[in-house]
Each structure stands twice: as structure tokens, then as C-alpha cells.
Ligand binder design. Structure first.
Ligand SMILES: Cc1cc2nc3c(=O)[nH]c(=O)nc-3n(C[C@H](O)[C@H](O)[C@H](O)COP(=O)(O)OP(=O)(O)OC[C@H]3O[C@@H](n4cnc5c(N)ncnc54)[C@H](O)[C@@H]3O)c2cc1C
Length: 479
């Protein structure tokens, strides 16, 4: 197991600034502060955290996660696991099962946390499920650092990565053929759809594996009190290391921070061009302009009078519920989004955190968090289509709604500038942008002291802090 702590003292006397306080910005700040640099983080919004914030978006007393809500890669992150975040108030809460996937017959496929129990639940497909995932589940502590770093580096566990690589490139559609049951195929489709790729595209299968493996290895927890508690813990630990976070401080130009020895930017390529200006070479800017953003999301948060009335009661065992029906239906919906269309029956990702964390809502009341994929920059109102999908599996859902908050792609972007066109992954992850993200230089820019550390760098989207960790290590190596 590698040591994710960084040797301290190497940057003493130097100053670094980080633009943006998302999980990657804060991770970068912590690595730099541990190395002895004086670190200041500048955050545009009123509260830090970017995609890891909680707010009263609907009614007083209802705590909603603005962005991320469920944290397989947070609890499974090699870097976050090396930090004393529990001492600063972070508590992971696991629902009895990580995930439920209801079907039209009124039942649900439940993904159990224990891989043996999951195999039993999947019946005839249990053995296939196990053989697909077990090597990565059993070796999660070796596997996680490998998948959460640039792909172009030499693997430390070549046999494990060769095993993953053989399957990872395949489309989800091909991997799903190993399952006999419609139910298992549907479950795998929902997992693979986290990729934002069509399920017949190369690499989409990798996401099915990358979402399922941590479900068994480390779980899919939520954060007690709301996602903000993750950010608060990171900020508090950074403060202990002497770092500072300034909020409502939008950096309009990197000229304003040119006196720092290192500048790490937790921003997407489009913003880097906007704020980097003349500090970045024309050829580097031209390469950044070629970076492609992925589909966006249309998100709704709910204050509810009661738990969601699932037809399949077992859905109440899972904090996350995937709504989209069969493999074929989900594949159709995701294909439509990739083709720039809005599916009639979108694939909906739903979380019901208050069932497992009473602090999220007033007594007896509940919250829900849901989004569906839409083309980048979409202006189509998907509310009724999204709610029809919830009603399909939970008739009477609309009667429980006390209030809702709708976050369209443009609204999301107005609350976190990194969410360009509603893209929550920092840019499309296809083969090219997985290898070279956002350019072949990865974290390095054309300016010697400016680095990129957002999810537009490897390993990409998700709350794991590993983009920030690797960017900061690269920056320290340049000193
Ligand atoms: C709706 C939604 C649902 C999601 N669900 C999940 C989930 O369940 N699990 C999961 O793991 N991931 C999820 N994600 C993805 C996850 O939140 C992101 O991948 C992660 O937050 C990326 O971290 P980051 O630090 O790169 O960027 P961000 O978290 O986007 O942070 C960037 C920060 O930089 C600030 N900033 C930008 N420009 C400037 C500037 N010029 N000056 C100062 N500050 C600036 C922004 O205000 C923001 O605070 C979700 C995201 C969204 C939006």
C-alpha cells in the first residue's frame, strides 16, 4: 500500500494559491500545506465545496445536497482515507444496501453490499457477477490508487490492471451479455449509465465495474448532516495545517495572483482560458479549446411529507435508487442524450438520504435528490418526465411533495462555474479524454507555476480528491 501522506517541509517559505474550493481544490491545498507551503484558497461562491455543498434549497429545516450525494469514491479514496476527517466531524452513513433498481413488475433488484449476499440475490447470475467483480473487490486497496490516477503511467499492479483493462474497454452492452437475467442486465445498465456514455460505446462497461466494485468493497455511503460535512472537515483540517479559505472571492484573472510560487486551478478548461489570458501560450489555449464537455444534468430536490411510496418496499433499504427499467430502456435513454435528444423516459438517479440520516429533514419528513441526463446546455424542462419515472415505480409520489427545487443546467452552472452546460464530470470521459485530460500535459500548463487540479484532469469526475492530490504532487515536484 502506498503512503498517501506527503513528506512535509519541502515547500517551506513558499506560497501557493488554489483557485476554487471543490474537493479537488481542497485536496490540492492540503497536500501543499502538508509540504510546508503557505496556502490560500480563493472560492467564488459564498460557501466552499463546489459540488460538495448542502443547502436549504426547498423549505426551512430540509438539508439538500446541491451536487454530489453518494460517495463510493469518497469513502474509497486513497487520499481522503489518509486524512483524519472523522476528527473533523465527517461520518459516513451506510444504508443497509447500497443500491436498489425497481422494475415494472413491482419488484426491485437490490445490490447487497456483501458480494456473497449480492451473488445470492442475483440467482443464476450470481457466479458471473462474482467472477466479474471479485478481483477488484478483494484487492480494492491496490485497485483504487491504480484507477484513480493518470492511465498513461506504468501500473503498480500490472496483473490486476490487465484484468481490468481487458474488460474495461468493452461497451456495457457486451459485458451485460454474460448475464442471463433481465434483472441483472438492468442493474448493470444503471451502473454503467454513470458514465454519461451510450451503453454501446467503448469504455461504458468500465463504469459498470467501477461503480459496482466499491459498492461491495467500501459501500456507497452518504455523509451525516449533508455533503457539506465533507467539505467542512477538509477545510477544518486545512486550517489546522495553516491553510486559509476565502469565500466570495472569484478570481477573474490569474494576473491577480501572480505573486504566488504555485497556482493550482480547480477550474475547467474553458474557465482556465478565461482567467489565464496572456499567462498561457496560444498553442496551449488552442489545445484546451479542443476539450469536449459531456452531457449535462437536470436536477430536482424534494421536501417530502413522507417516505417515497415505492411499489417494491425493498427500495427503502437503499440510499440510492436507479429508475429506468430494463437494460434496453436505459440504453435507449442514454443513446438519445448522446445524440443531443431528450428521452421521453430518462434514466433517473435518485437518493433518499433522510431515510438513513434523520438530520436531513424535520421529524417525520423526508428529502429526495434526483437528476437525469440531458444534452449539454439543455434548456428543456424535464420535470414532468423525471417525476413520471418516479411515479412509475412509486405511485402517489407527487402527493408527498411539499416543495421542490429545480436546477437546470444553466442554474447549476450559475452556482458552480465548473458545471459547464450542466456537465458534472468536468468534461466527457471517452478514450481520448481519459488518457489525455484535458491535454497530453495533464496537470501541467504552458506556464511553469500554473497547474490544473479539477476533475477536468485525471482521474476525472467524482468526489475523491485524487485530481487535486496528483496535481499538487506534480506542482511540488516542479519546485
Ligand atoms: C448534481 C450533481 C450530482 C453529483 N453526484 C455525485 C455523487 O453522488 N457522487 C460523486 O462522487 N460525485 C458526484 N458529482 C460530481 C462531483 O461533485 C464532482 O466530480 C466534484 O465536485 C468535482 O470536484 P472539483 O473540485 O473538480 O470541482 P467542483 O466541485 O465543481 O469545485 C470547483 C470550485 O471552484 C470554484 N471556482 C470556479 N471558478 C472559480 C474562480 N474563477 N474563482 C474562484 N473560484 C472558482 C467553484 O465555485 C467551485 O466551488 C455530482 C455533481 C453534481 C453537480
Amino acid at each position: 500500500m502506498r503512503d498517501f501522506r506527503h513528506p512535509t517541509g519541502m515547500g517551506r517559505g513558499r506560497r501557493a494559491c488554489v483557485v476554487g474550493s471543490g474537493p479537488n481544490g481542497l485536496a490540492a491545498a492540503i497536500v501543499l500545506a502538508r509540504a510546508g507551503l503557505r496556502v490560500e484558497v480563493f472560492e467564488a461562491e459564498e460557501i466552499p465545496g463546489g459540488g460538495v455543498r448542502s443547502m436549504e434549497l426547498t423549505l426551512p429545516g430540509f438539508v439538500h445536497d446541491f451536487g454530489s450525494a453518494v460517495y463510493p469514491l469518497g469513502v474509497g479514496s486513497p487520499f481522503f482515507s489518509s486524512l483524519p476527517l472523522q476528527e473533523y466531524g465527517l461520518e459516513w452513513v451506510h444504508s443497509p444496501a447500497p443500491l436498489a433498481h425497481p422494475l415494472d413488475d413491482g419488484t426491485a433488484v437490490v445490490l447487497e453490499r456483501d458480494i456473497g449476499a449480492a451473488a445470492a440475490e442475483l440467482g443464476a447470475d450470481g457466479r458471473s457477477w462474482r467472477s466479474l467483480l471479485e478481483p477488484f473487490v478483494r484487492n480494492w486497496r491496490a485497485f483504487a490508487p491504480e484507477i484513480l490516477r493518470p492511465v498513461v503511467r506504468v501500473p503498480r499492479h500490472p496483473w490486476l490492471m490487465a484484468r481490468f483493462g481487458m474488460k474495461a474497454l468493452l461497451p456495457a452492452q457486451v459485458i451485460a451479455k454474460r448475464f442471463k437475467s433481465e434483472r441483472t442486465r438492468a442493474l448493470f445498465a444503471g451502473l454503467a449509465a454513470h458514465s454519461f456514455l451510450a451503453l454501446d460505446e467503448l469504455l461504458s462497461g468500465a463504469f459498470g465495474i467501477l461503480m459496482a466494485a466499491p459498492a461491495h468493497a467500501v459501500g456507497w455511503p452518504i455523509a451525516r448532516g449533508g455533503s457539506q460535512s465533507i467539505t467542512n472537515a477538509l477545510c477544518a483540517y486545512l486550517a489546522r495545517l495553516g491553510g486559509q479559505v476565502g469565500t466570495s472571492c472569484r478570481v477573474e484573472s490569474l494576473d491577480a495572483v501572480k505573486d504566488y510560487d504555485l497556482i493550482l486551478c480547480d477550474v475547467s478548461p474553458r474557465q482556465l482560458i478565461a482567467i489565464g489570458g496572456r499567462q498561457l501560450s496560444n498553442s496551449y489555449q488552442a489545445r484546451l479549446k479542443k476539450f469536449r464537455y459531456g452531457p449535462g444534468v437536470f436536477k430536482v430536490d424534494y421536501a417530502l411529507s413522507a417516505p417515497i411510496p415505492w411499489r417494491a418496499p425493498e427500495c427503502a433499504r437503499a440510499a440510492t435508487v436507479h429508475l429506468g427499467g430494463t437494460f434496453e430502456e436505459i440504453a435507449l435513454a442514454e443513446k438519445a442524450v448522446r445524440s443531443g435528444e431528450h428521452p421521453q423516459r430518462p434514466f433517473v438517479l435518485l437518493a433518499q438520504p433522510s431515510l438513513f440520516d434523520a438530520s436531513r429533514a424535520p421529524a417525520g419528513k423526508q428529502t429526495a435528490w434526483a437528476y437525469c441526463h440531458v444534452p449539454n446546455g439543455s434548456t428543456v424542462d424535464m420535470l414532468s418526465r423525471l417525476e413520471d419515472q418516479i411515479e412509475r415505480f412509486a405511485p402517489g409520489f407527487r402527493d408527498t411533495v411539499l416543495a421542490r427545487s429545480v436546477l437546470s443546467p444553466s442554474r447549476l452552472e450559475s452556482m458552480d462555474a465548473n458545471l459547464g452546460g450542466g456537465d458534472i464530470s468536468g468534461g466527457l470521459i471517452d478514450i481520448r479524454q481519459m488518457l489525455f485530460r484535458p491535454t497530453t500535459k495533464l496537470y501541467v500548463t504552458s506556464a511553469a507555476h500554473i497547474f490544473l487540479c479539477s476533475s477536468s484532469t485525471p482521474p476525472g469526475g467524482g468526489v475523491h480528491g485524487m485530481c487535486g492530490y496528483h496535481a499538487a504532487k506534480t506542482a511540488l515536484a516542479s519546485l
